[in-house]
Design a protein around this ligand. Structure first.
Ligand code: ZN
Length: 669
């Protein structure tokens, strides 16, 4: 499963930003690269790279090369003509020497970049075909003058006839899930009924540990006219790219960090060789068990969102490095978790005598490929097979440097628009990154672990029902907020001063009172649990502190701002609400819980909502973000890799052309 970033200005959620880079690095690094159509191209860094040994860097390098070696696979999976079309685009961009000032050329380049971004001619998110704003004649002229070989009739039709193979994945049953989807998991002559009949025949419904049927194959009619699975494997479908993947994985297995990693990698290579899905399960079990070491990866045919029938996995690769700073923060909180419990604002009877913190994992990605690039998830939870998850567990990670880069790529305009004074903007600029990380760490490690139910009271799911998750997220947020202004945080060395906590109070109130409303359409109420809890917390504190002007609403030149006047008093209110929500949870007080959520967390102030939408709209930020990957450059000495340097390219197109030239192992067909 993947966790996707929301639309809007690209920031996944306001409260998270977990990776680490030193402040000075961060100031100099340009996160935003460019924007075209509805897309924003962002750069990201690999924090902690220098903390890896040369051998670890070599391991990362091979894994990343293995990932890139399969890049062509996602292009072909997404649509059968994608590789041919991409090669034509690459040829034109590389060779064309005619007029590059015309509007036609400009439109051609935008089209090409959109196709590169989506790994094909269908939009990565809406699944609709990308429309070229130039004619077929113009394209043919470009291709001829660039000495490119002509595309076949059907590929041209795919590019220029909007009704032909119009949607990558169609989920409207009237149009046929299989026939209506352009995605290349089923040959075009197959119907949904035939696909269903095939799987009904092969799936063993009584197997408690079923393989992931169809995960690594394309369904086609064989020469006898029967439906057959053509398996992705060495010597099979996509064999030439898979052989390259195996080549790099074998190199990686020579520089592993520990034995469990070696065991898992060995099975993965075996799986790519044979295509045997039993091996894939075996690999996943070994991978879930390999928890030691600083480096991990996702590699293979994994998520099935692109298959309208949900069988076949899209190729993807994500290389992950432990986020050392986040781990350190987590350890510090873990070591002191009992102190936080003892000093919380909740009633003594609701405090745990022996509290155990919750572990959570933040990683930084060193490179992504396939379906995970350029558009990427911000978190991943695998494996997908339910029986493996329940029997052997799963790994859940948040991609810290990606979240951070999203955060940094669009913040400036928002700060200018929604933060009123220079002083507040300066504090936000200096401390909001650290504040966000500490909030997340406190929320996860201390917040969710805190408190206990009264004897005999059922689980929140039973007692608080549909309000349980909003109240739980609110409770964890409040634990974080309460301690973010505690001198203990400075004493533990987690923050340089309480200014960090104040920066978090400012942004939490601003977001909960108004900023998050930009995610809603006019007329909607708040449904999503995190959004409900943020407004509930902010609006409750605003109302309870109104007499003392703890939080003040200011309208200046028609623009509304919510500003904190008294941070200590606000901390007191956070503590008070925390105590109450813990009581609600501990006692299972449904009516009080419902009243809190319904009165403060659901309804939207229509005027304020309209204002926020208007102010956010004029910032004109592309709704979808994607990333330029770092480039890993080996340093060789006497035929031996002695180091790997990281370069941060800034040109999206250049990276796409580099991938096309140096990491392409499938022929167009
Ligand atoms: Zn939570």
């Amino acid at each position: 499963m993947t966790l996707q970033a929301c639309g809007g200005e690209g920031t996944p959620t306001e409260q998270v930003s977990q990776s680490d880079t030193t402040a000075s690095d961060d100031d100099q690094f340009e996160y935003f690269a460019e924007q075209f159509a509805d897309l924003k191209i962002i750069r990201y860094q690999i924090p902690g790279w220098d903390k890896l040994t040369a051998k670890q860097k070599e391991y990362v390098y091979y894994l990343y090369e293995a990932g890139l070696a399969g890049r062509d696979i996602i292009w072909d999976q997404n649509y059968r003509h994608n590789i041919a079309i991409r090669k034509a685009l690459e040829t034109i961009i590389t060779n064309y020497s005619g007029d590059k000032t015309s509007e036609d050329w400009n439109n051609f380049m935008i089209y090409a970049k959109r196709v590169f971004f989506s790994n094909g001619i269908h939009h990565h998110y809406s699944m609709a075909k990308i429309t070229p704003n130039f004619t077929q004649e113009y394209f043919s002229t470009l291709l001829e003058e660039s000495r490119g070989s002509a595309l076949n009739e059907e590929a041209l039709k795919a590019m220029f006839d909007p009704s032909f193979d119009a949607k990558k994945v169609n989920l409207d049953p009237d149009k046929g899930l299989v026939k209506g989807s352009a995605v290349n998991f089923y040959s075009p002559d197959l119907t949904e009924a035939e696909v269903d009949a095939y799987y009904a025949k092969v799936i063993d419904k009584n197997d408690p540990e079923p393989i992931s049927y169809g995960l690594n194959s394309m369904l086609m009619r064989n020469s006898q006219g029967e439906i057959e699975e053509f398996v992705y494997k060495s010597g099979g479908l996509y064999g030439s790219a898979i052989d390259k993947i195996i080549y790099w994985l074998e190199k990686a297995s020579g520089v592993i960090e520990n034995q469990p990693q070696a065991d898992a990698l060995k099975i993965l290579i075996e799986y790519f060789r044979t295509g045997d899905l039993k091996k894939w399960d075996e690999y996943n079990i070994a991978w879930v068990g390999a928890t030691e070491g600083d480096i991990d990866y996702i590699q293979g045919f994994v998520e099935v969102y692109n298959d309208p029938k949900g069988y076949t996995g899209s190729y993807e690769s994500i290389i992950e490095i432990n986020d050392f700073d986040a781990s350190e923060r987590m350890k510090m909180l873990m070591d002191n978790v009992q102190w936080f419990e003892d000093n919380s604002s909740i009633m003594d009877e609701h405090k745990k005598k022996n509290v155990v913190g919750v572990t959570y994992k933040v990683v930084n990605t060193a490179g992504e490929a396939g379906d995970a690039s350029p558009s990427t998830p911000i978190g991943v939870n695998l494996p997908n097979a339910n029986w493996i998850r329940s029997k052997h567990g799963s790994k859940s990670v948040s991609l810290g440097n990606i979240v951070h880069a999203y955060d940094k790529s669009g913040g400036k305009g928002f700060a200018e628009e929604f933060i009123r004074t220079e002083e507040l903007r300066a504090r936000s600029k200096e401390y909001s990154t650290l504040a966000g990380k500490l909030h997340t760490a406190l929320h996860e490690v201390v917040g969710h672990a805190s408190g206990q139910l009264n004897p005999g009271v059922g689980t929140p799911k039973e007692t608080l029902k549909s309000y349980a998750s909003t109240l739980e997220e609110g409770r964890a947020d409040l634990v974080a907020l309460y301690f973010l202004l505690d001198p203990k945080m400075v004493e533990l060395g987690l923050m340089p001063s309480l200014e960090v906590g104040k920066a978090e109070y400012d942004s939490y109130i601003r977001n909960g009172m108004m900023l998050q409303l930009r995610r809603l359409e006019p007329g909607e109420v708040i449904e999503e649990a995190h959004m409900r809890n943020r407004q509930m917390v902010a609006a409750w504190c605003y109302e309870k502190g109104m007499a003392d002007k703890v939080i003040e609403k200011k309208v200046i030149d028609g623009k509304t701002y919510f500003e904190v006047n008294d941070y200590e008093k606000l901390r007191g209110l956070f503590g008070e609400l925390l105590r109450e929500i813990q009581r609600i949870k501990s006692e299972g007080d449904y009516n009080a819980g419902r009243a809190l959520v319904e009165n403060y967390g659901v309804q939207v102030d229509a005027d304020l909502h309209a204002e926020v939408l208007k102010r956010a709209e004029k910032l004109n930020s592309a709704p979808y973000g994607g990333f330029i990957n770092p480039k890993l450059v080996p340093v060789m000495e006497g035929g031996k890799m002695v180091d790997v340097k990281v370069e941060y390219p800034s040109d999206f197109l250049e990276q796409m052309l580099d991938y096309g030239a140096n990491h392409s192992f499938l022929a167009a067909h």
